[in-house]
Ligand binder design. Sequence first.
Ligand SMILES: *[C@@H]1O[C@H](CO)[C@@H](O)[C@H](O)[C@H]1NC(C)=O
Ligand SMILES: *[C@@H]1O[C@H](CO)[C@@H](O)[C@H](O)[C@H]1NC(C)=O
Ligand SMILES: *[C@@H]1O[C@H](CO)[C@@H](O)[C@H](O)[C@H]1NC(C)=O
Length: 434
Amino acid sequence: MYPNIKFIFLILFYNFTAGTSKDCYWNADCVYKYFSSKTPYNLVRGDIRDSKVNIEGCEPISIWAIIRHGKRSPGVDFARNMLEALVLRDYITTSHSQGKGSMCTQDVENLRDWELDNGLFERQHMLTAEGYQEIMGIGRRLKEAYKELLTDLEDESYSLRPAYGHWVEDGVEGFVKGVSNESLLVENSNSQYDIMAPYEACPMYMVGVKQNPATYKESKKYQRSPEFTALIDGIQKRTGIDYVLTNTNITSLYDLCRYTWSDKDYTGSPWCALFTKEDLSMIEYYSDLRHYYRNGHGTPMNERFGRIPMGDLYKTFVNAKVNKHRKLTTYFTHATMMDMLYSALGWYRDKFPLTALYRDPNRKWRSTMTAPFGGNLIAVLNRCLIDNKEDYKIVFYSNEKLVTSMCDNGVCSWQQFENQFRPFLNASIDFCFA
Ligand SMILES: *[C@@H]1O[C@H](CO)[C@@H](O)[C@H](O)[C@H]1NC(C)=O
Ligand SMILES: *[C@@H]1O[C@H](CO)[C@@H](O)[C@H](O)[C@H]1NC(C)=O
Ligand SMILES: *[C@@H]1O[C@H](CO)[C@@H](O)[C@H](O)[C@H]1NC(C)=O
């Protein structure tokens, strides 16, 4: 028995002395990758080439897609705050060298050696090179998956239109490059009104929801909750910063973490080492609350805007049945629209509303999934000849993953599709002016 006891003692002893050097970011087996609407697409996407459903006796005849823009640089205010927060890097390095805080030496070194990409702050709100690649990748994989349908696209057989906003518009070229070696015609965006951003023309939404402080009540409340204030305390202790961090500072550090994540080599940003996984999932929840009430199920008006592009999807497929020339319909849009259309479809809906009081780790609403960079919804219309009878099947993909919750494991009959989507035809923003 004695040797065993000694052995156990030894393990305890080592755990104790090695305690401060175990949980490092740089060598973690698995790091937290869900960053709400600033999640690089590669961290959450599937691959349409693998998830594409081939239905016996059917061939794809029309694709309808709506795609959020790729990674863009932060806007003016966020960029300024992030730049200001850069000084915290020196605080952290100095504190660590004085034996304060509990960060791993390698994590601190990686942060010290991290190189600032000035472009990220100078090209405010612009699509980044990574963002362009995200959108090009979607086009390229879509082309590979539906090669026959998407080869030699004649005029009139396709439509590509971005929502207003240069960071949205700039990505369309990437998509075109991915889909075809020939240049395709891209329609101009419309700053007044478009079906893939109808809320912008609705004062009832812009003033009543988006700019209304009440919309952010739960997220603000969550920032004052015991678990969130403990998070700030934890970051201060971990980093050894002798400086009271405000919520703005936390947001800046979080932005530094998620905006400088590289999705190319799948390595995290050294800025993320300031946070534990639990911290990151709490900040994600804060963002989820904002999205939920601003664009999602949390405010009844939101889904009414989501119905509008869904009506277009229905109309497009009705027309494609009779006129086989419309092979590809693609819209490029903003996170707001993605949240809204998933709301109209009733996806990601929780039984109880999301609140500051309870962060359900198994909640359905996840802004990381509804609106990552490059997030998308793709519907494919298939024409089938089954027992000599013509029939149609519609398959849905979200972020290039099959949406198995739709109809029969992701495959809808025409009737099922019609039942759910035909009512969307009547959707409009008339109610905004009633
Ligand atoms: C922390 O946030 C405050 C505002 O809340 C700001 O004035 C200050 O400059 C920030 N500090 C850093 C280091 O970013
Ligand atoms: C575009 O052209 C290049 C070289 O000519 C070829 O390798 C590539 O497969 C083409 N891509 C598409 C999408 O047709
Ligand atoms: C659209 O609205 C009209 C009149 O308001 C109604 O007659 C029609 O049935 C509606 N169509 C659908 C698909 O809901």
